[in-house]
Write a protein that binds this ligand. Structure first.
Ligand code: TYM
Length: 373
């Protein structure tokens, strides 16, 4: 299968080494991890495990930080369906960064993007998902005093005047080549990248001084910033630094990414314990052998086993426990059914807690939505 990585489609086996070269990003190496650890005292499991694997300008960001020029965080969500466990890896990591560096976070909800790119969805539906998705994001524990939600159509008076400045400096031929747009693409979609570029300058604009920005994302979102990158200095701002995550795979196998456009590929944060159990048991691709006898003799392959990969992403943060599971699975001591029930239990414990916090979030939305003065 041909491999494709764009903000709207990820298919085939993703070759991350090749992506690093194609996008012109840098590998997150040991030296840089040490530099992060100097400030955070410990490394987040997603850094230790190579889930975050690449970056742009992180050394520059820390040069500035060490000179006393603090950064802010920026990330976002395209609200067209339920949040799934694939989305929240970058956000849990973003929260860790917010806590460790005591930073502001600007969080963009791209209701315009989802309306423009999804031929079937109405703007009313996107508005409903914006609200629903906000509850999940608040439930992850961001600091309400330091977190600002921007909704593209609701904050248009703030965002649009800046977006046109980006749009004026980006050619149609550039977005066409970067995203593979056909001539039949609607003109709103062609404009969209300039909206995603803007939150990286908003705090600098509001405070009238240049503030460094760090964007945590999965690598599918990098092309927007690749296109907008050269424009930032032309408008008098720093280029944002970026830290890139790999994709949490879909239930069905390690190709592509977990995606809300395929209901059999994901576990939603609103799923019930029964749904989680059924989905994992029915769909989660196994790296185990065909028969019990063969599995016990030869062992399973955790690298292609979706349940193991979910534990590695964030569902088993304890390194020792994860190592033991990996060894037992590889040796054949642990069976696929045992690995699956371990994962089901982990997800359901996580979701029970999350769903409680999600209910409480309903009373706090207004604290998070940015108020334009
Ligand atoms: P969206 O809503 O498609 O995805 C939200 C975030 O989740 C990441 N992501 C994943 N990460 C790991 N595994 C997966 N299977 C997976 N699927 C999605 C995405 O890379 C993203 O970081 N246009 C954006 C919204 C946006 C944004 C931003 C994202 C606006 N500004 C700045 C990142 C940074 C979107 O539709 O994301």
């Amino acid at each position: 299968m041909e491999n494709k990585v764009t903000p709207w489609e990820v298919s085939g086996k993703v070759d991350y080494e090749k992506l690093i070269k194609e996008l012109g990003v840098s590998k997150l190496d040991k030296k840089l991890l040490e530099r992060i650890k100097k400030h955070t005292k410990e490394l987040h499991p997603m850094l230790k495990r190579g889930i975050f694997f690449a970056h742009r300008d992180l050394n520059w960001l820390f040069d500035e930080y060490e000179k006393g020029n603090k950064f802010f965080l920026y990330t976002g969500r395209g609200p067209s369906g339920p949040i799934h466990i694939g989305h929240i890896g970058t956000w849990m990591f973003t929260k860790w960064l917010q806590d460790k560096f005591d930073t502001e976070l600007w969080f963009q909800f791209t209701d315009d993007e989802k309306f423009l790119f999804n031929p079937k969805i109405t703007h009313k539906e996107v508005e409903k998902w914006t609200y629903e998705n906000m509850l999940d994001i608040i439930a992850l524990g961001f600091d309400p005093k330091k977190t600002h939600f921007l909704i593209d159509t609701k904050h248009a008076s703030l965002l649009y005047p800046e977006a046109i400045k980006f749009a004026k400096k980006i050619n149609y031929s550039t977005v066409k080549a970067s995203f593979g747009f056909k001539d039949s693409m609607n003109i709103g979609a062609i404009f969209y990248t300039s909206m995603q570029a803007v939150p990286a300058i908003i705090p600098s604009m509001l405070k009238n001084k240049n503030i460094p920005c760090l964007i945590p994302l999965a690598v599918d979102q990098d092309p927007h910033f690749r296109v907008a990158r050269d424009v930032y200095p032309k408008l008098g701002y720093y280029k944002p630094a970026i830290i890139h995550s790999i994709f949490l795979p879909p239930l069905t196998g390690t190709d592509g990414k977990m995606s809300s456009s395929d209901p059999n590929s994901y576990i939603a944060l609103t799923d019930t314990p029964e749904e989680v159990k059924n989905k994992i048991n029915k769909y989660a691709f196994s790296g185990g052998k065909d028969t019990l006898k063969e599995h016990k003799e030869k062992g399973g392959n955790p690298d292609i086993d979706v349940s193991f990969q979910y534990l590695r992403f964030f569902l088993e943060p304890d390194d020792k426990k994860l190592k033991k599971i990996e060894e037992d699975y590889k040796s054949g001591k642990m069976l696929t059914s045992e690995l699956k029930s371990y994962l089901i239990n982990k997800i359901n414990i996580f979701l029970a807690e999350h769903q409680k916090k999600r209910k409480l979030a309903k009373n706090h939305i207004n604290k998070f939505i940015f108020k334009i003065k």
